[in-house]
Design a protein around this ligand. Structure first.
Ligand SMILES: C[S@@+](CC[C@H](N)C(=O)[O-])C[C@H]1O[C@@H](n2cnc3c(N)ncnc32)[C@H](O)[C@@H]1O
Length: 330
């Protein structure tokens, strides 16, 4: 009996101790935000919220609606660990394994480039081309019906993406164009693993992911390795220079996804040569979309003119009115 009495008392004291040492969501957020501000992280408030929401398994709205909700010591110490890692340069997306792109949540990790909002412009342009006006604000020329059940909806479009990373571009297009066939390539096996995981999670069928160094798998085989005649080619290949690579905010992302050679355009130059070699002979109409750094618009235009002299070139702007995408019709 005495033993039971002691036992109950100890449990009670322990519960009181745990409860008293718990802190509220708002206090934890204050700590996290201040720590990130000290490190001069611009989005300190939002980042702290996203990291804590991830630890608690809450949506951000639920987190903000319950400022007095207590969090356990274990949760608080996990939150502090994430704040420290973020201070060391790991992005919120890498730490939470999740990044929203074009309204869809993608799984991400250290092996892939974290999808960027600029790349939504690339998607927007492809959707605009087929008459599907996107959600970011691009007003495409409506040339096709937007209802996939419409018999005249573009059914047999083949889309080839080079440098797919997390698969965010290919899978987003596949979601909005369920009747298109998409082949997405990457040279990185680890990135392809992430892309395939996203395909499974999102239950998207009309995309295939394959390993290839640019178009080498098409070029080197006596016959095309995968029978695929693209109508649209898309690429967001690495385009940063050595100097740009030194930017601390990208220090934890894979170099393979960022470095584009001396002037940042080596991979695009190689790709344009391969496109010329493989597709130009066939006299097929292909529309190519390339994402660029706005400072590269003059140089990429020159490269295109050198390799595909008859191509029609158009520069497309992002929301900041900077050249972001090159559209090439061959
Ligand atoms: C800038 S990331 C773009 C990823 C994704 N498409 C996006 O927009 O978020 C470039 C991708 O190209 C891949 N890559 C780099 N060199 C390549 C090559 N020679 N052939 C194919 N893919 C390559 C990288 O592994 C990386 O996943």
């Amino acid at each position: 009996m005495l033993k039971l009495y002691y036992y109950i008392n100890i449990c009670l004291l322990y519960t009181i101790y745990i409860f008293m040492s718990m802190i509220s969501i708002s206090k934890a957020l204050k700590y996290g935000e201040k720590d990130l501000i000290d490190k001069k992280i611009d989005s300190a408030k939002l980042d702290a919220e996203l990291l804590l929401a991830n630890i608690l398994g809450f949506k951000q709205e639920k987190l903000l609606a319950n400022p007095e909700h207590p969090i356990s010591n274990i949760q608080y110490s996990s939150f502090k660990k994430l704040i420290n890692k973020h201070k060391q340069g790991y992005s919120v997306a890498t730490l939470t394994s999740c990044k929203e792109f074009y309204g869809i949540d993608f799984y991400v990790n250290k092996d892939v480039l974290i999808p960027r909002p600029e790349t939504e412009i690339l998607v927007e342009n492809v959707l605009g081309l087929v008459g599907l006006v996107g959600v970011v604000g691009f007003i495409g020329k409506i040339t096709c019906p937007t209802d996939p059940n419409d018999p005249t909806y573009p059914t047999n479009l083949n889309i080839l993406e080079i440098g797919t990373g997390s698969g965010c571009v290919a899978l987003t297009l596949a979601k909005y164009m369920p009747k298109a066939k998409i082949l997405a390539l990457d040279v990185s096996k680890k990135a392809l693993k992430v892309a395939k995981k996203n395909k499974r999670r999102l239950k998207i069928e009309n995309v295939k992911f394959k390993k290839s160094d640019l178009l080498s798998e098409f070029k080197n085989s006596r016959y095309r390795r995968w029978v695929f005649e693209p109508d649209i080619i898309i690429a967001n290949l690495p385009y940063l220079t050595k100097k740009e690579l030194k930017e601390p905010s990208i220090s934890k992302e894979p170099k393979l996804a960022l470095y584009g050679g001396k002037e940042g355009l080596e991979l695009y130059e190689k790709l344009l040569k391969e496109i010329k070699q493989i597709y130009k002979k066939e006299n097929r109409n292909i529309v190519i979309f390339l994402e660029i750094n706005p400072s590269q618009s003059k140089k990429i235009t020159e490269l295109i003119k050198n390799n595909l002299p008859k191509a029609k070139i158009e520069l497309k702007k992002d929301l900041a009115q900077k050249d972001r995408v090159v559209k090439i019709e061959i």
